[in-house]
Design a protein around this ligand. Structure first.
Ligand code: FAD
Length: 379
């Protein structure tokens, strides 16, 4: 049987490995981390990504742990006035066939990793290089070990090594925006607890704060507070930050938003990166997905969603073309994904999503497993 190697078992890699296993492919995932860690903080999972996850056992476990926000509310940063509101909850679930959820990234990741077939995820496997011949690919890891496969899926994120096999591997662009991220100590809010809405974004022209619950019990709250900054030190993934600096940068924001910032636990700041999806997504037996291919600013909360949709569409293309016809599958995959990913990247870059109430149908209604694949003529 043909073998697939997935490099990187973050959100896109774990989802894709799971989907490949659920559809009967033989797949092994290689992850550089030494063990599973509950990394990150909050993440939105819009109906399109829940549909891409497709399997009822996964979705029901997710729904059980995640918050189902009643609405996405946008407020003016200074007056607190509501400037846009998108009802979510049951209405969205009924209209688009899946709910809108917010959850801890680590809990979502754990759920997918736990569902993988035993023995198919190898930790401590940091890919160094990939070589290819007419029989397949050989993977070399930093620990000196090697592995063979018929095709390779690069899901190794923002600083992808696999990308170097496919196209010129320049670093992603720093977007000129930095974000403070922190969990909120709900107990510290005391009488101000009523300020914790399910999902709120506070907007000024150059800064924003987005805050939301990450659990069904509404006992975990989180925010991202973004601001412009001209430069960021090359190669530094994040830096510890002082709450005082953050409070100063948002000193003119509405008191309700500032109450949330003031109740933050450990604060770190993160650079926001992006890279246009213009280049090829595959070469030979190697194909990319997610941030390895098209990282984007987080303003539509679609980075992981696009990685997971990529995975579903890639699996469909491999099923349709057959694994031995990987080059046809890869071409079909990029054709099917390119336009949507570019549109999402563009809106994310503008930071315009939810500044006014959008019609979310084009985003939420998408069903990666059932929408027609553009480029069917390739088959
Ligand atoms: P990752 O999840 O980064 O996974 C890459 C994996 O590859 C990692 O596990 C890494 O250890 C591994 N790896 C790297 N190099 C190697 C190697 N050489 N060998 C082996 N393994 C390797 N997205 C959403 O959909 N919703 C949101 O609400 C959301 N909020 C966000 C908020 C912020 C502030 C930011 C910065 C991003 C947000 N995103 C959100 C984006 C999202 O986190 C990413 O787009 C998503 O994680 C990309 O998935 P991925 O699998 O491509 O990469």
């Amino acid at each position: 049987m043909k073998r697939i190697a997935v490099i990187g078992c973050g959100l896109g890699g774990a989802a894709t490995t799971l989907m490949l296993q659920k559809t009967g492919f033989q797949v092994t995932a290689y992850e550089q981390a030494s063990t599973f860690t509950r990394l990150g903080a909050g993440i939105h999972l819009t109906p399109n990504v829940i549909k891409a996850l497709a399997w009822p056992d996964i979705v029901s476990r997710l729904v059980a742990i995640a918050c189902k926000p009643s609405a996405f509310v946008s407020r003016d940063a200074f007056t607190g006035e509501v400037i846009a509101e998108l009802p979510l909850g049951q209405m969205v679930a009924e209209q688009f066939g899946a709910p809108y959820l917010t959850v801890h990234r680590g809990d979502f990741h754990a759920l997918m990793v736990d569902a993988l077939q035993p023995g198919t995820l190898h930790f401590n496997k940091c890919l160094r290089s990939v070589s290819e011949d007419c029989h397949g690919v050989r993977l070399s890891f930093e620990d000196g070990s090697e592995a063979a496969a018929d095709i390779v899926i690069g899901a190794d994120g923002l600083s992808s090594v696999v990308r170097g096999m496919v196209c010129e591997n320049s670093p992603p662009h720093f977007s000129g925006q930095v974000a403070f991220r922190a969990l909120v100590d709900i107990d510290q809010l005391g009488e101000h607890r009523s300020y914790l809405n399910d999902l709120t974004k506070w907007w000024s022209d150059d800064r924003f704060i987005i805050a939301y619950y990450m659990s069904a019990l509404r006992d975990q709250y989180y925010f991202v507070a973004g601001y412009p900054q001209e430069t960021w030190p090359v190669g530094v993934r994040s830096l510890p930050a002082q709450r005082e600096e953050m409070m100063e940068r948002f000193a003119d924001f509405h008191p309700a938003a500032r109450h949330v910032l003031a109740a933050s636990r450990e604060v770190r700041k993160w650079p926001l990166y992006e890279r246009p999806a213009e280049t090829a997504w595959s070469k030979g037996r190697v194909v990319l997905l997610g941030d390895a291919c098209h990282p984007m600013r987080p303003h539509m909360a679609q980075g992981a969603a696009m990685a997971i949709e990529d995975g579903a569409v890639l699996v469909r293309c491999l099923m349709a073309a057959g694994l031995e016809n990987w080059s046809v599958a890869y071409e079909l995959y990029q054709q099917a994904r390119n336009e949507r990913v570019k549109k999402v990247q563009g809106i994310s870059s503008e930071n315009s999503w939810m500044r006014t109430t959008p019609d979310p149908a084009w985003l939420f209604a998408s069903d990666a497993w059932n929408d027609p694949l553009i480029g069917k003529r390739l088959l």
